[in-house]
Design a protein around this ligand. Structure first.
Ligand code: F6R
Length: 610
């Protein structure tokens, strides 16, 4: 996720920008840049790689300026190169941007026809050119920015400066975070508060549509949606710098769990058209003919991503009626798999660098399969090796335990399943529309599912001292039982197992006694009655059932002492909603056991060795 900083005031802006960018490093980035005005002239310095490299490259120039904007870019559109690094410039207009512009291809084409020349592959550059085109017609920077943004669909937080108005920074927020720091005779913009916490603790968190104008005289804000001025009421930030980096959360994992409504919204943004009842296949370099010709789909991954692959099989086979095989990547590479003609391998990897997954991808290619990677890191090895790519855009995940990366992988698989079903004629437009509408409501449903946190904390307090946990699920939620168990063991070091509930009687039932908490995933679907019977079996042997159920389920009440209710969604989306209490449970138990939540022992975020 990109980071923005900006400053106007009496101090030299260069160290302020560099320090601010360093404070935003935790957001993840692969290139960085700054822009400043000196004697009314724009200066831009950018480089691929780390801020240190940028700092070294500008050191000898002894730059000085009293206004500037800076950016760390986490690549989404275009590789992490110097050309794609922000700030971007058109004429005398310079822009930094965080977010995704959905309609940038159409905007770029239209601008090119009017003679605009582009120098990067980014979606951001269209914003610069649009603003520039209005300033050329005589509009001032505020008006030009406002008019330009009327053309733009998507999420953005932007910082803009202009050579023609050298004492002004414009900042606008829509669905990507942006805040203003109010100092004594100085003003800051930033994606997050730590960037200016060293200079001021007075901050304004911008709302969607807010456009702030920062000048040497002061700061004013207008909402460009309502066209009304916004009353400036700064909040005093009391967080410590360490907490501020985590957005006020105690751990990155908790922050990332709470980021899911935004992360999923970014994954699904611009990926389909409800009106056309279709997926925008071009986004992934796929076409209908290729999907039509498929005979078989392999899904490979490791760990949590493998759980996503298991859910993917349920989604794809059910919606698109095409056979799927799921492999743990380290097994696929050594098992002499049979890969028929017309096979596609879906490679699921948050990092895009997992050694076993890359080897499986290579093997599938050798055996003649096409590959599609579902990945969170632009330009990663897996995405470079793939024929098609579905970037999840969930933003960097810092906590070793995967949370938002997982639910965004599931969202990507849902979209892909609809794409295959539509291409093969197995899904009517009305059904696709219904599924898209459900997906559009998902971020809100996740938001309300997060309200279960209090209830989960109570459960965590009751059970954090046990030695074993069992998780049961059925159908599409069986992989979520595996995921709940994995998350608990990796961050709390409690032994936990996930099982398909129907398998209980074939072995694990022997483990059940009064010390054994059993988490049962009881979603309202065609196997609800079955899982209710499994819960009875646990109860009658003294086991403690923690039921995760859908709101309005009245049958569950008598069967479990602990029940967590979650909002209703369609069957395919329940794994996303049901992951939330399980990730929260693992988190709170880990905290109560005083474990290292974000960096559990023996684990690494990216497993680049076999
Ligand atoms: C568990 C977890 C790991 C990863 C696995 C694969 O919380 O994060 O199990 O899912 O190491 O990593 P990626 O998705 O980067 O290939």
């Amino acid at each position: 996720m990109c980071g923005i900083v900006g400053y106007i005031g009496p101090k030299n802006v260069i160290p302020i920008l560099i320090n601010g960018l360093k404070k935003l490093e935790y957001r993840g980035y692969d290139s960085a840049g700054i822009c400043f005005l000196n004697d009314g002239q724009i200066g831009i310095r950018r480089c691929a790689g780390k801020i240190k490299a940028l700092e070294t490259s500008i050191k000898k120039d002894r730059l000085k300026s009293l206004i500037g904007i800076g950016h760390t870019r986490w690549a989404t559109h275009g590789k992490p190169t110097e050309e794609n690094a922000h700030p971007h410039r058109a004429g005398g207009i310079v822009v930094v941007h965080n977010g995704i512009i959905e309609n940038y291809i159409e905007l770029k084409e239209a601008l090119k026809k009017k003679g605009h020349k582009f120098t990067s592959e980014t979606d951001t550059e269209v914003i610069c050119h649009l603003i520039y085109s209005y300033t050329k017609k005589g509009d001032n920077l505020e008006l030009a920015t406002k008019k330009a943004l009327k053309h733009v669909d998507g999420a953005y937080a932007i910082g803009v400066i202009s050579e023609a108005e050298p004492d002004k920074i414009i900042a606008v927020k829509n669905d990507s975070p942006l805040c203003i720091g109010i100092g004594k005779g100085e003003y800051f913009i930033a994606s997050d508060i730590p960037a200016f916490l060293k200079y001021t603790r007075d901050a304004i968190i911008l709302e969607n549509g807010d456009m702030a104008t920062l000048t040497r005289e002061g700061c004013s804000i207008t909402n460009i949606i309502s066209n009304k001025p916004v009353r400036i009421k700064p909040t005093t930030i009391t967080w410590s710098p360490a907490m501020a980096e985590k957005g006020g959360y105690k751990h990155f994992m908790l922050k990332e769990i709470y980021e899911q409504p935004r992360a999923v919204a970014d994954t699904i943004r611009g990926r389909f058209s409800v009106e056309k009842a279709d997926v925008n296949l071009k986004e992934f370099s796929l076409d209908k003919a290729a999907l039509k010709g498929l005979n078989k789909i392999f899904l490979v991954a490791c760990g949590t991503s493998w759980h996503a692959a298991l859910v993917g099989k349920y989604m794809i086979e059910d919606m698109a009626r095409i056979p799927c095989e799921v492999d743990i990547a380290s097994e696929f590479r050594y098992r002499r798999p049979l890969v028929p003609k017309g096979s596609l391998m879906i490679v699921i990897t948050q990092s895009g660098e997992t050694a076993d997954t890359l080897a499986a991808q290579k093997e599938a290619k050798r055996l003649g399969a096409k590959t599609l990677t579902i990945c969170n890191v632009v330009g990663s090895t897996s995405s470079r090796d793939a024929d098609s790519i579905f970037y999840t855009h969930s933003g960097p995940e810092i906590g070793v335990a995967s949370t938002k990366a997982f639910t965004t992988q599931l969202s990507a698989l849902y979209i892909f399943s609809i794409a295959v079903a539509r291409a093969r004629g197995g899904m009517k437009p009305a059904k696709a529309r219904e599924l898209f509408e459900d997906l559009l409501q998902l971020p809100e449903k996740i938001e309300s599912a997060l309200h279960c946190d209090k209830e989960i904390q109570k459960i965590a307090r009751k059970f954090h001292k046990v030695n074993d946990f069992l998780y049961l699920g059925r159908g599409i939620n069986y992989p979520i039982a595996l995921e709940g168990a994995l998350k608990l063991k990796e961050i709390s070091y409690i032994h936990a197992e996930g099982y398909p509930a129907g398998e209980m009687k074939h072995g694990p039932i022997a483990l059940i006694d009064s010390n054994m908490p059993v988490v049962a995933l009881a979603h309202d679907d065609h196997v609800l009655e079955k899982i209710l019977s499994n819960m009875e079996e646990v109860k009658s042997r003294g086991g403690k059932v923690i039921a995760i159920a859908t709101e309005g389920n009245t049958k569950i009440k008598a069967r479990a002492p602990h029940i967590v209710y979650l909002p209703k969604t369609n069957y395919y989306l329940t794994p996303i909603i049901f992951s939330i209490p399980l990730h929260l449970l693992a988190y709170h138990i880990s905290v109560l056991r005083k474990c290292n939540v974000d960096q559990p022992r023996n684990l690494a975020k990216s497993v680049t060795v076999e």
